[in-house]
Write a protein that binds this ligand. Structure first.
Ligand code: AHR
Length: 335
């Protein structure tokens, strides 16, 4: 009887202790203090090429930060590679070592991704390519979201074909983006294809302006010294470089844009540069949409709820022209 009472007492005590112990499901709200890891948030490593490189890149960085905020359920860790491809690969390896839940990459360079993406795959971390594409097997990443760089280039060369119609000679200087970035590769390829197809188009000079206003201005000034009034078309692979080229032309007493000035082609279509398009200084400004944060957040939420995102998600892009753009169009745009 005494033995029975002892067993009964131990069993009763165990049951009551279990009833009082909180269950750790991991899904409830965390009370982790500010600055420490909050397990209810989705941890996302964002390997940005260079967060403040250009107006486009600043808008893109902000879009991701806004969409993947703590209020929206994310713990976003930003790694800025300063456009250094090797650093960016090691930033991604760092995210794998930290065991983040997802990795977003806006790739500095198309090449060099096989090993680190293989490591992410082994660790079971989904990789979302944002904006830039890469040269790697599609099996190594979950999906890509962005615009079409070659198609953007074709929109620009279509406009050039009208400007330089009926055999009118085009003498082009070409400011490229950072070499090896898919945005540079696609836009450059479209121009080179069009030059090959139009015997009245001549490429006077081609050099990278590294997406930068100041670098582009310096290069443009040296081309003006070399070719002077022979230049009648600038193909600049982003707004900031178009701005640098325009500054150099104006400082040299030349006219940028309009019907008779040096034809200025730009990419990105950020608000300030659409204003320059309305002023006539940029003739053709091809849109590249930087507001990719909400799309990335939606992809992650889809995966979290057991869904499978499309391998490729292209965003819609348009183009703006100096002779048809209006202030109303600019005011209605989100960036
Ligand atoms: O990948 C998009 C390009 O990258 C933008 O045109 C440029 O401004 C940016 O850095």
């Amino acid at each position: 009887m005494k033995k029975f009472l002892v067993v009964f007492f131990v069993v009763a005590l165990t049951i009551s202790l279990c009833a009082c112990t909180p269950q750790t499901s991991g899904s409830g709200p965390s009370t982790a203090p500010e600055g420490t890891q909050n397990n209810s948030l989705i941890r996302v490593g964002f390997a940005q090429c260079k967060a403040d490189e250009s107006d486009w890149r600043k808008a893109n960085t902000k879009s991701v930060q806004d969409a993947l905020s703590r209020e929206n359920g994310f713990d976003l860790i930003l790694a800025d590679s300063n456009n250094d491809a090797a650093k960016q690969v090691s930033d991604v390896q760092g995210f794998i070592d930290q065991e983040v839940d997802y990795i977003i990459i806006a790739a500095v360079n198309e090449d060099g991704w096989d090993t680190v993406l293989g490591n992410a795959q082994k660790a079971g971390i989904p990789v979302i390519l944002m904006d830039r594409t890469i040269n790697a097997s599609e099996d190594l990443y979950t999906c890509w979201l962005g615009g079409g760089f070659y198609d953007e280039g074709v929109k620009a060369t279509d406009w050039m074909a009208k400007r330089f119609a009926n055999g009118k000679q085009a003498n082009i200087v070409h400011l490229q983006g950072q070499l090896g970035a898919s945005a540079q590769v696609g836009r450059t390829q479209a121009l080179e294809d069009a030059i090959g197809a139009n015997s009245n188009w001549k490429l006077l000079a081609q050099q990278t302006g590294e997406w930068s206003t100041d670098t582009a201005k310096e290069i443009m000034a040296s081309w003006i010294q070399q070719y002077g009034a022979e230049i009648n078309c600038v193909y600049a692979e982003n707004d900031n470089m178009a701005d640098g080229a325009i500054q150099a032309l104006e400082e040299a007493g030349m006219t940028a844009g309009g019907d008779e000035g040096v034809a200025i082609i730009s990419f990105d279509a950020n608000r300030a540069y659409l204003q320059m398009t309305l002023e006539g200084k940029i003739n053709c400004n091809v849109e590249c949409n930087p507001l990719l944060g909400p799309g990335v957040a939606a992809i992650i939420k889809k995966i979290e709820s057991g869904g499978q995102p499309n391998k490729k998600e292209s965003v819609e892009e348009t183009a703006f022209y100096y002779d048809t753009i209006t202030q109303e169009i600019i005011d209605a745009r989100p960036y």
